[in-house]
Design a protein around this ligand. Structure first.
Ligand SMILES: Nc1ncnc2c1ncn2[C@@H]1O[C@H](COP(=O)(O)OP(=O)(O)OP(=O)(O)O)[C@@H](O)[C@H]1O
Ligand SMILES: [Mg+2]
Length: 437
């Protein structure tokens, strides 16, 4: 299957996942794990952390059980370290992930729940406010196989772009080849709003609907062949190994009944649709003395408040298939980031861009010291970009361009990022080059 890259230029690179880890009860990782495969060795407890890193199961058998001792609040607390705000989304993800794990655990212990309904999650909200970042940070914490893909990469037939079934097969790869483990994995689909087919919201042709339809069976209870019918190489290898009598004990299909789906999208323009609907409903109820007041109230609602009012009908009107939206019962809106949030993204978040810049300068032996005044100015400028935290990247690139170019060849060993520097980086650079400070 072709690699499915994220469509976004995220600072942190592609989201990755690895083999299952066993989390001892009430333990939370102190640092996120990154990289295609996680090292199978326990790490030392970092200074000042109230909890220990989980023991990674070094001898993980393919059919190993998941052990999971996290509670929703602990997941939210972990997310707090990387994602600023979005309390509601953290709550929803914490509950959804814990429920998923408890369900997996009980199924593995033989406690079956024949009528269990998956709590697939839909995350919506403006661009650059942390939707992908939330899932990325949560993925590092959870120990089940996890795949992420952009919905835009799929086509109905699979001839162009990818086939949605490949997602499930990818889970098997991420599960170290174990179908049993893949059957309890999590699939995260970003940019689902781009699958919308009708109306102004969606620009996609009918193939968007085809992809949604293909996803339906996966989201509920479908079987996907382990070997792709389009993958001739794998088919031949399979046939040969069967002829040699090496057929593995692996099932030939992957059942998706227990795979959790999390989808997200910016749904640009959805807020205005919701406003029109609310206004329509309020007008229909006209006659009641309160109607004028509620019309005025609805007109004043901002995008965040409108998103919080989203109902199934709004998504259908936006261009998603009713069956598709219906299979995403848990919905939560991420709020926009104001200047204060952006300041905290820079100052507090462990994934802050500030660390990246500090590192880049440190590589040349230069210490970059960010003052609160400087961070506030960067946040103010980023707020005007209206692209959420992505605006920070745009602004920082502009502000630090000349400094990053000139300082490595200069004798400057330390500089402060102040309000003045952010306001006029060229003047600050001239001063630094002249005085060395
Ligand atoms: N709330 C936040 N706290 C900390 N960092 C954030 C937050 N929101 C965004 N970021 C930073 O901005 C980058 C982009 O955010 P992210 O990819 O999560 O946006 P998104 O909400 O998925 O947007 P889109 O709808 O365009 O995909 C992240 O990699 C992260 O570094
Ligand atoms: Mg995203």
């Amino acid at each position: 299957m072709p690699k499915i890259p994220s469509g976004h230029p995220d600072a942190l690179g592609p989201l990755t996942e690895g083999p299952a880890v066993s989390l001892a009860p009430s333990e939370v990782p102190a640092t996120p794990r990154r990289g295609r495969s996680r090292p199978a060795k326990p790490a030392a407890r970092p200074q000042g952390e109230p909890w220990a890193r989980p023991e990674v199961a070094a001898t993980a058998a393919p059919s190993e059980r998941f052990t999971f001792g996290l509670k929703p609040r602990e997941i939210a607390r972990h997310l707090d370290r990387f994602v600023i705000g979005q309390a509601e989304a953290k709550k929803v993800l914490g509950v959804a992930l814990c429920d998923h794990f408890q369900h997996v655990r009980m199924t593995q212990e033989g406690i079956d729940a024949p009528f269990y309904q998956k709590q697939n999650v839909l995350l919506l909200g403006p661009t650059g406010v942390g939707k992908t970042h939330l899932i990325r940070s949560a993925a590092e914490l959870i120990g089940v196989p996890f795949v992420k893909a952009d919905a835009t990469k799929f086509s109905e037939t699979g001839y162009v772009g990818g086939d949605v079934d490949d997602l499930v097969r990818d889970l098997v790869r991420r599960a170290g080849g174990s179908v049993q483990r893949a059957e309890h994995g999590i699939i995260y689909l970003d940019e689902v709003d781009k699958l919308a087919t009708r109306g102004e919201g969606g620009g996609r042709d009918v193939s968007g609907r085809g992809v949604q339809t293909n996803l339906l069976k996966l989201m509920e209870d479908g079987d996907v062949p382990v070997v792709s019918p389009n993958d001739m190489n794998a088919q031949i290898q399979n046939a040969m190994s069967a002829m040699r009598g090496n057929a593995s004990a692996q099932p030939e299909t992957i059942n998706t009944r227990h795979i959790l789906f999390i989808v997200s999208g910016a749904f640009a323009g959805l807020d205005q649709r919701i406003r029109s609907r609310l206004l329509g409903e309020a007008t229909a109820a006209a006659g009641s003395a309160d109607s004028r007041g509620s019309l005025a109230r609805i007109s004043r609602l901002d995008a965040d408040a409108l998103h919080a009012e989203a109902v199934t009908a709004d998504f259908i009107q936006y261009g998603l298939e009713p069956e598709f939206v219906g299979r995403l019962p848990v919905r939560v809106a991420c709020h926009g980031l104001d200047e204060d949030d952006l300041f905290h993204v820079l100052r507090r978040s462990e994934s802050s861009l500030v660390r990246q810049y500090e590192r880049a300068f440190a590589a040349y032996g230069i210490e970059a010291v960010f003052t609160d005044g400087g961070l506030r100015s960067l946040a103010r400028m980023a707020g005007r970009e209206n692209t959420g935290a992505r605006g920070l990247m745009t602004v920082c690139e502009r502000v630090f361009r000349d400094l990053k170019f000139a300082l490595p060849s200069a004798r400057v060993r330390r500089f402060e990022v102040t309000e003045e520097l952010v306001a006029d980086p060229r003047a600050a650079l001239r001063r630094l080059l002249k005085t060395g400070r």
